[in-house]
Design a protein around this ligand. Sequence first.
Ligand SMILES: *Cc1c(COP(=O)(O)O)cnc(C)c1O
Length: 363
Amino acid sequence: MERMADLPQPRPSVAGIPAYVAGRPPTPREGVTTFKLSSNELPYPPLPGVLEAATAAAAAMNRYPDMGNTELYAALADRLGVEVANLAAGTGSTAVIYQLLSAYCGPGAEVVHPWRSFEAYPIAIAAAGATAVGVPLTADGRHDLDAMLAAVTDRTAVLILCTPNNPTGPALSHTEVAAVLDRIPGRVLVILDEAYREFVRSDDPVDGVALLGKHPNLTLTRTFSKAYGLAGLRVGYAVAAEPIAAAVRAVGLPFGVSAPAQAAAVASLAAEVALAERVDRVVAERDRVVAGLAAAGYDVPDPQGNFVWLELGDTTAGFATAADEVGLMVRPFTAPGTNRGCRVTIGETDANTRFLDLARRLD
Ligand SMILES: *Cc1c(COP(=O)(O)O)cnc(C)c1O
């Protein structure tokens, strides 16, 4: 047996990396259609033409993918009205966030982020060797922007905004994000995580691309995993000023985004009309769920993504178990200290109806 001191040791911060708790698949139940409402996936099959494009690309799996993501960047640049040099793709926007943190955080760097929010943030921050500064949400599940700005110090390298916020749901407005960018020092990188942007219905939605011109310290991160329904293929991207996009590409895994993922993303961008229909369907179901929850006496934060948040405190685990028993897998957040509750994805119509029935019964 080797003595411990003789063995390779990871950086001390690695031991402090929290575990990612993935949404679980539903428990199979005899004679019951079960539904996975635990990972904010889209319940629909790929958009028209997407499976064919991905399958055709998969036929060349003996070859490495196009490392330059040429067709994907061209399609995105055209769609967004930016240059290819402003884009950096990765294996999901989670990977893009890892790349941003590894490029911009040196030893001792702090990253200010909302909490509770996307659980990958503290993991990615610790993985980069930086220090997470989580700023509690307001009572209605929103970012406390004043407190976040007050948490910015000389050590702050990055500030993360998540809109709509996972898991609580509310979105930031364009006015709010513009005000943060006006107030924060230009040397702080601001990551605007827009994973659920397609589902936002607001009078003042964030126009991230418009903000980029005035704020060269801003990065948008977007994904094909949610509204586009490509969670299994792993593709997301950053939109940023050229030096930031170049840094994200520089630290990226070579050949990260597979050829089927690139082809599926390009084909999905071409299926804009069908995409809009699907997103509208999810939003209509979200409205129905919110109305049903309100009628049952639940006070949910304004959901602007494809999920709703029930703040349940001590009854969180019980609610999740009761949901599992009726064939619905939801995502409970039970760790003490911050918001405890269940995040429930807007899914198939039958799934949403069953969820409302359960919520009424447990109310
Ligand atoms: C799902 C999600 C992402 C992106 O996920 P990927 O599948 O890695 O693209 C990013 N941010 C938030 C807040 C999310 O919920």
